[in-house]
Design a protein around this ligand. Structure first.
Ligand SMILES: [Zn+2]
Length: 183
């Protein structure tokens, strides 16, 4: 979570790219905590105010639902005192999964902007294509691919580092076995 007041230059209105830059910053903060680097911000386009900002928090919170979008939706609902976030804009660095797409629809988000495509876990342009289903009763306007390369690069780097660490610890455990075998 990031302080919000410091992120609200009043004029001019924040561009999609400026909002995505904030989401990317939240993703980087998540990565620093060992979380999968995905970040989200919620903007009230009527006032130009960013009312919520969050990075993924599943591991630290022991909460499989603590995706960046869910945490941002919860923070925005608490800030506004309303479970409907009608016509607000949600900006997230990665294509939302089925859970988050469902939550975005329940919240009545007006506009969804996302960065990188997620062919494996995404549910907007891939997989279940949640908003295209007849059982989806609220569809936000969707814009994907905003600063997609930056969003994907953060994820690639995070998973590469994790693989490197795992490969290192596997090598270590192999060495331990060898030493024991020799004894
Ligand atoms: Zn999600």
């Amino acid at each position: 979570m990031t302080g919000i007041d410091s992120m609200n230059p009043q004029n001019p209105p924040l561009s999609d790219e400026a909002l995505m830059a904030m989401a990317l910053e939240a993703a980087r903060e998540a990565a620093a905590m060992g979380e999968v680097p995905v970040g989200a911000v919620i903007l009230d386009p009527a006032t130009g105010q960013v009312i919520a900002c969050a990075g993924n928090g599943t591991i630290g919170a022991h909460d499989p639902t603590a995706h960046a979008e869910i945490l941002a939706l919860r923070a925005a609902g608490a800030a506004l005192g309303n479970y409907r976030l009608t016509d607000l804009t949600l900006v997230v660095t990665l294509e939302p999964c089925a859970m988050c797409a469902g939550a975005i629809s329940h919240a009545r988000i007006g506009r969804l902007i996302y960065g990188a495509d997620d062919p494996k876990g995404g549910a907007v342009a891939h997989g279940p294509r949640y908003f295209d289903q007849p059982t989806c009763h609220w569809r936000p306007e969707v814009l994907g691919g905003v600063m997609a390369e930056e969003s994907a690069a953060i994820l690639r780097e995070f998973f590469k580092q994790r693989r490197d660490v795992r490969a290192g610890s596997l090598a270590d455990s192999g060495m331990i076995r060898e030493v024991r075998g020799a004894g």
